[in-house]
Design a protein. Structure first.
Lengths: 115, 111
């Protein structure tokens, strides 16, 4: 089983709203990732959690706030987003972060539209 | 700085023929390479990978070739099927570091 699930599938929010994206995996992976993907572009890394601790923050604005409640769950809290934040948000997991020959498995993504 | 490049944004192939997708990289320290397939509005799906100690890896219709001296890898799909129509991303990683994705190649398989 290489499934990563994400909810919601679609989200529309105003610039003053607060919302959260959720990601879950049950593969026993200890590394989880948030990526942002715009149309016709590769995924851009936002955050990496390794053993439930934030290990990489790719200079993401503070209006994005990640949280890793346990080894299976990863959240991304959104507040005061801008229209340019509209994108596909992807969650991924791998056995460990930065290990040898690590494969990342992606969820289906949340399509976010900020109005 | 784009460390992984896919110079062909799109490719069209007849059903049953071979599809060849190319990827170039600049970092000689990359030791693991992957191909992902992505349908619109979905997450990338892992397809096939290759370690830097190999030059070929095959899985059914999919074969990945690695030419380390040229810093080039390619994905061969044979025979191509209409369901293979998607965007293909190559990715590379170096142990201890994160993934770098290419810009993607949109493959269209014409029935």
């Amino acid at each position: 089983d290489t499934e990563v699930t994400q909810t919601p599938k679609h989200l529309v929010m105003g610039m003053t709203n607060k919302k959260s994206l959720k990601c879950e995996q049950h593969m026993g992976h200890r590394a989880m990732y948030w990526y942002k993907q715009k149309a016709k572009k590769p995924p851009e890394l936002m955050f990496v959690y390794s053993y439930e601790k934030l290990s990489i923050n790719e200079s993401v604005p503070s209006r994005f706030s990640p949280e890793c409640p346990n080894s299976s769950l990863l959240n991304l809290h959104l507040h005061a987003l801008q229209p340019e934040d509209s994108a596909l948000y992807l969650c991924a997991s791998s056995q460990v972060s930065g290990g040898s020959q690590e494969t990342q498995y992606f969820g289906p993504g949340t399509r976010l539209l900020v109005l | 700085d784009q460390q992984v490049k896919q110079n062909s944004p799109s490719l069209s192939v007849q059903e049953g023929r071979i599809s060849i997708l190319n990827c170039d990289y600049t970092n000689s320290m990359f030791d693991y390479f992957l191909w992902y397939k992505k349908y619109p509005a979905e997450g990338p799906t892992f397809l096939i990978s290759i370690s830097s100690i190999k030059d070929k890896n095959e899985d059914g219709r999919f074969t990945v070739f690695l030419n380390k001296s040229a810093k080039h890898l390619s994905l061969h799909i044979v025979p191509s099927q209409p369901g293979d129509s998607a965007v293909y991303f190559c990715a590379a990683s170096e142990t201890g570091n994160q993934f770098y994705f290419g810009t993607g190649t949109s493959l269209t398989v014409i029935p």
